[in-house]
Design a protein around this ligand. Structure first.
Ligand code: T3D
Length: 264
């Protein structure tokens, strides 16, 4: 990696990715965006990786795009092509995360704003500390939500709440986000690591291939009819039923012992 703005640590099936610009709350620049996309790309086929944890260093999760370079990039002259930038950076990253065939857990250690909130939304599970906040900050700087926020957020919390967050840019607390179903758990500040380690360890010994099919099925159902989804489920079940982990699951059930899944 060219610099240390993205850290990775691999341990026992768990790949932890840490956004590491704590003095800027981990605001994203192009180096980080390309590195993240590359890490997810490689982890897709790396059998040693069975779950990914995405978190931030310091007191922030991520406040989105680094705005400090916007003017030199031409925003003050109306010359900055955000569309092109999104198409080349955030969009491929979000699609890669969305299609990633293993669980991705957002360990939200602080504020998640703008595209930083979109990153959290693109994960499968979101665990936040009590002091974390969520801000659809785009409108505050005269922009529109990007990186999938308009697609994922209303699906998680409904159009009414999503519209309010997006139109006002209001700060939403972790407890409020939990009550809306936007995140899965809130843990005390200081207990995030312990909680995430336990959750990630569960996934590191889960039937990983089946989990990939589960994610595909869930994503497919969001944009297809019941009839199409039933057909897709049958296809996914056919494939899951041919995995070594399924055979292990059946054998373990019949012998009344815990399964030892290898992620195959
Ligand atoms: O380029 C494209 O393709 C378009 C894509 C756009 C995607 C986007 O994400 S647009 C939305 C970008 N995000 C924002 O507008 C949020 C900006 N940040 C904030 O509103 C606040 O920082 C927070 C509410 C997130 C946190 O507030 P607070 O009071 O806890 O912290 P702070 O003091 O504002 O921030 C601490 C430092 O982080 C500070 O630096 P300094 O002054 O100590 O040197 C601040 O400037 C820096 N920082 C925070 N967010 C960003 C940032 N620096 C650059 N870019 C940021 N987004």
């Amino acid at each position: 990696m060219a610099d240390d703005t993205i850290l990775t640590e691999q341990s026992g099936g768990v790949l932890t990715i840490t956004l590491n610009r704590p003095d800027k709350l981990n605001a994203l620049n192009d180096t980080m965006l390309h590195a993240l996309t590359d890490i997810f790309k490689r982890a897709e086929t790396d059998e040693a990786v069975r779950v990914v944890v995405l978190t931030g260093a310091g007191r922030g999760f991520c406040p989105g795009q680094d705005l400090s370079s916007a003017q030199e990039r031409g925003a003050d002259r109306g010359e900055l092509s955000y569309g092109e930038h999104l198409r080349n950076t955030y969009n491929p990253l979000i699609m890669r995360m969305h299609r990633f065939p293993k669980p991705v857990i957002a360990a939200i250690n602080g504020v998640a704003a703008g595209a930083g909130m979109s990153l959290a939304l693109a994960c499968d599970l979101r665990i936040a500390v009590e002091s974390a906040t969520f801000i659809q900050a785009f409108v505050k700087i005269g922009l529109v939500p990007d990186s999938g926020s308009t697609w994922i957020l209303p699906r998680l919390i409904g159009v009414t709440r999503a519209m309010e967050m997006i139109l006002t840019g209001r700060k939403v607390t972790a407890q409020e986000a939990l009550s809306w179903g936007m995140i899965h758990h809130v843990v005390a500040d200081g207990e995030l690591l312990e909680h995430i380690s336990a959750l990630a360890a569960e996934f590191a010994s889960a039937p990983t291939v089946a989990i990939g099919y589960i994610k595909r099925s869930m994503n497919y159902s969001l944009t297809h009819s019941l009839e199409e989804t039933l057909a897709s489920e049958a296809d996914m079940q056919e494939m899951a039923g041919r995995t070594a982990d399924h055979r292990e699951g059946i054998a373990a059930f019949l012998k009344k012992r815990a399964p030892a899944y290898k992620g195959q």
